[in-house]
Write a protein that binds this ligand. Sequence first.
Ligand code: PAF
Length: 285
Amino acid sequence: MSGGVTCLSTIVEVRAALDEARARGARVGLVPTMGALHEGHCSLIRAARAENDVVVVSIFVNPTQFGPTEDFTKYPRDIGADVRVVDEAGGDLVFNPSAEEMYAGDHSTWVDVQGLTDGLCGRSRPGHFRGVCTVVTKLLAICQPERAYFGEKDAQQLAVIQRMARDLNTRTKIVACPIVREADGLAMSSRNIRLSPESRTQAPALNRALRVAQTLVAAGERRSSVVDKAIRATLAEAPLGEIDYVEIVGAENLTPVETIVGTCLIALAVRFGDVRLIDNTRVTA
Ligand code: PAF
């Protein structure tokens, strides 16, 4: 597994390759992705490279985490380009299974984290986290990594996976990596390339709104209602964006707070046509 990336598409092959690496004493790091890799993913791969001997990047557009009206079929896919990105970022192995490989036969087991998945994206995407948790559990079982890397842009996903790993006594350490942004502040996302030019121009309003919120909290504002209003006023500068949610929640339990005390997560979801963007920041008061 040196000198270029090895691409495998079956569970048997990836298990054999990683068992062989572990038998040599190698530590395995896993970066789960759905492809359409960008600089945000590269930062995860580089973090994995720095801490492990073998870096596996899974590329699988997981059908079970998309709702019936969501963008599963439109989700960008370019495995050739993705493998080049993995290579340049320092990954060793790409695991690119088919849906039949991952959900073979009469698949009937699901992993559901309760409570943390009720609000935010869980409210607007019913079943989404069940699909995410199930596929991540399967990827952890297949690759048995020492560490698995997730981005803080998907803050609820990260919190849910951390809880799942804790509750299921998973050996793998879940590693959180910071949000990577474009020069104009837009959080990097595989979905950004699907924005129309006009929407792309307006989309940095999400990050501006979060910065307005940070400034207010830093100046002593503690009322969520006031911060919420300021966020919405900034998002109004992006008239093509339709707000899905603006939420200020406790960073641990993800439930809405009226008063900002301790560490809170401010999270946004905004739709530009059929492209749904999310972003977030943490504030501490
Ligand atoms: O964040 C993603 O890209 C996906 O939700 C994940 C974690 C790879 C599971 O399909």
